[in-house]
Ligand binder design. Structure first.
Ligand code: AMP
Ligand code: MG
Length: 366
């Protein structure tokens, strides 16, 4: 792959009108229109953007990320009505969902129009569409005058980027520009809902939770790939969900069970472990685990908190940052606590399970 000079442009403007006039946004839009790659912030994670209508541009995304070509890209638009330009046979439920959750962290899968090239849709006759709730993202799409295909701006398989520095670590020299708009708000990727069948089906959990979708749709199906490791021969409906994903470099295990059993397991692991290990825990368990590490003089064990059990949104926000920190620390093993799977907990657990390759140790009754 030809090495590029990756420009970094810092933008910190809250006023969307001024963004349309911003010289860096105009330069980024020119790059997108002419088939280049620009990483930009959204409210979920940083996206790696390209002109969604141009096959050659979409191909560059797959090359920069090392992404398998059957894993389709989400197409980002700046106004709900623009969905008509890229999708057809749009069901009534789409309009209800869009009214409730757009702009926001919800992607819908619809039947595509032929204007969307196969390289964008991974060869499928459907297209995933999202209207992001981030002023920089929307201004970039608007000024580019084309829909922008943008997967998460990480190397394929690695944790998604929640800061511009994460994008830089993975993409320096591979893309034309990074727009640094600060740390993202949500921290896990959008909820994906397939609207091409009779019943809306959740393909990937995110900050628009199943409970929220159920308030709008009478019924919501859940793709089994979200919760379980599929048997060979089974395929998830979102092609990307079949790949090991979000993964730090170390081997990772999830601990699932009641609080006492998990803490007991961790205590035993701390006292016997000789290898560089990260423990992903929560604020509530920090003091007790720190004391055991100190008492056992275990400098090989690093404690990292994902946040408080009382604030699952912060846990979601910290998740990928903490997984990337495990790489920086160079640990060989990660032990992670589990979370309740209601609300945004479902999205958190989906990412953790996938990061661990569904390597789950069951400990005692929940
Ligand atoms: P990313 O852009 O990295 O957040 O990944 C996008 C996710 O959306 C992947 O899991 C894709 O498989 C999924 N996706 C994109 N387009 C479609 C589609 N047309 N049908 C089903 N899943 C899709
Ligand atoms: Mg991704």
């Amino acid at each position: 792959m030809e090495l590029k000079q990756t420009k970094i442009k810092k933008i910190d403007i809250k006023d969307i009108c001024k963004l349309y006039e911003n010289a860096d946004i105009k330069e980024a839009a020119d790059i997108i229109r002419s088939g280049g790659l620009v990483a930009f912030p959204t409210e979920t994670v940083y996206g790696l953007g390209a002109n969604a209508l141009m096959s050659e541009a979409a191909k560059k995304i797959y090359a920069a990320k090392g992404r398998p070509s059957d894993n389709p890209l989400i197409v980002h638009i700046s106004k709900t009505e623009d969905v008509n330009n890229i999708a057809r046979e749009i069901p009534e439920i789409f309009y209800k969902l869009a009214e409730c959750f757009w702009p926001g962290p919800m992607t819908v899968v619809l039947k595509k129009r032929i204007i969307i090239p196969d390289d964008t849709s991974g060869g499928l006759d459907t297209v995933a569409v999202r209207l992001p709730d981030n002023n920089i993202a929307r201004a970039l799409i608007e000024v580019s005058k084309v829909p922008i295909a943008a997967p998460s701006a990480n190397t394929s398989g690695r944790p998604s980027p929640t800061r511009a520095s994460h994008v830089f670590d993975d993409m320096d020299g591979r893309i034309d520009m990074i727009i640094d708009g600060g740390t993202v708000g949500i921290g896990v990727e959008s909820t994906i809902v397939d609207l091409t069948g009779d019943i809306p089906t959740l393909l990937r959990p995110g900050a628009v939770t199943v409970e929220m979708l159920q308030e709008v749709c009478t019924e919501v199906d859940i793709d089994p790939a979200i919760e379980h490791l599929l048997a060979s021969g089974e395929a998830p409906k979102a092609p990307g969900m079949k790949y090991k994903h979000y993964a730090p470099k170390a081997d990772m295990k999830m601990l699932k069970g009641n609080e006492a059993a998990v803490l007991d397991y961790l205590k035993k692991e701390i006292s016997k472990s000789e290898i560089k290990t990260a423990i992903l825990t929560v604020d509530e368990h920090w003091a007790v685990l720190e004391k055991i590490i100190e008492d056992n003089k275990k400098e090989n064990i690093k404690l990292l908190s994902l946040g408080s059990l009382k604030d699952m949104k912060t846990v979601a926000h910290n998740l990928f940052d903490v997984l990337r920190k495990c790489d920086e620390l160079g640990v060989s093993t990660i032990l992670s606590e589990s979370f309740d799977e209601s609300g945004i907990g479902r999205a958190i657990m989906n990412r953790l399970k996938k990061a661990s390759g569904f390597n789950i140790i069951y400990l005692g009754e929940l």
